[in-house]
Design a binder for this molecule. Structure first.
Ligand code: SIN
Length: 271
């Protein structure tokens, strides 16, 4: 297995690996590379639904999305990531960490794209929350250290339902309170854990102060020096660690089609 870093801060492309057939030693190497680089990219991977799920399950129990319709009949753990000429809003086109509104948000997402826009586009951008945290002043790090924030799935998921004409008025979406700065359970590194899709308020501070701090953090985490950007090919796979990475999918290819499937792995309560 060959690891080619995309930037010194985040991201690596992995060569010489067949994800559908990972032996234990190579799996351990992939996991170590993920912890080091936070997001990994693999090209030309043939991966059917069972192989995709089996790959995710090697990292931990699979997650079922609280709002999206199942992506494949009989496979509730499969999330359909699809946009075409009829799409009114794509999933993931703003900076976020997947389903951070869960009390135990997913640790890992594995996205396999099989159809790409003919004219290019549809890249995914990833930002290192370690690097974003480390770039803050000591004073700001100390201020944020004791704070928690509310992450609420309702506003995001209800907006999506409204745009696609789906009545979700009887649904209760997840809501959780998480530390603003979380410590990664495997690496011990600290990272920012608020995002513009799910975080609605800082707890224990006046609302205008909390809103200003969140606005600052949302702009901060989106700075290009913390990022890498992946240009997909047919059958590429991206695997990202939601505990220390935010991502956004670029919807610059309308009305063309971009399509694939995601498997997501359950995580721990952030500390
Ligand atoms: C997502 O999982 O948030 C979507 C990512 C993408 O479509 O690139």
């Amino acid at each position: 297995m060959d690891v080619e870093p995309l930037t010194p801060v985040i991201g690596a492309e992995i060569h010489g690996v067949e994800l559908a057939r990972l032996d234990d030693a190579t799996f351990a190497d992939v996991e170590a590379a993920l912890l080091a680089h936070q997001v990994l990219f693999f090209r030309d991977q043939e991966l059917d639904i069972d192989e995709h799920k089996a790959l995710g399950a090697r990292f931990g129990p699979l997650h079922v999305h609280p709002s999206a319709p199942p992506g494949a009949p009989g496979h509730p753990e499969i999330l359909n990531v699809h946009a075409d000429a009829n799409t009114k809003r794509t999933a993931g086109d703003k900076w976020h960490s997947d389903v951070s509104c869960d009390v135990e948000p997913p640790m890992l997402s594995i996205l396999h794209l099989h159809t790409l826009p003919e004219s290019g586009g549809g890249d995914t951008l990833f930002s290192s929350m370690y690097a974003a945290y480390e770039a803050l002043s000591g004073a700001m790090q100390s201020y944020l250290a004791g704070l928690t924030a509310i992450h609420d799935g309702g506003p995001n998921y209800r907006d999506r339902s409204r745009r696609v004409g789906f009545d979700d008025s009887d649904r209760v979406y997840p809501r959780a309170e998480h530390p603003v700065i979380r410590t990664h359970p495997r690496t011990g590194r600290k990272g920012i854990f608020v995002n513009s899709v799910f975080t609605t308020e800082l707890c224990g501070v006046p609302k205008d102060e909390g809103d200003a701090i969140l606005a600052f953090l949302y702009a901060h985490v989106a700075k290009p020096q913390f990022q890498c950007r992946f240009r997909w090919g047919e059958n590429s796979v991206a695997m990202w660690d939601n505990r220390c990475v935010q991502h956004m999918a670029m919807w610059d290819y309308y009305p063309q089609t971009r399509s694939g499937l995601r498997v997501t792995v359950r995580g721990d309560r952030p500390v």
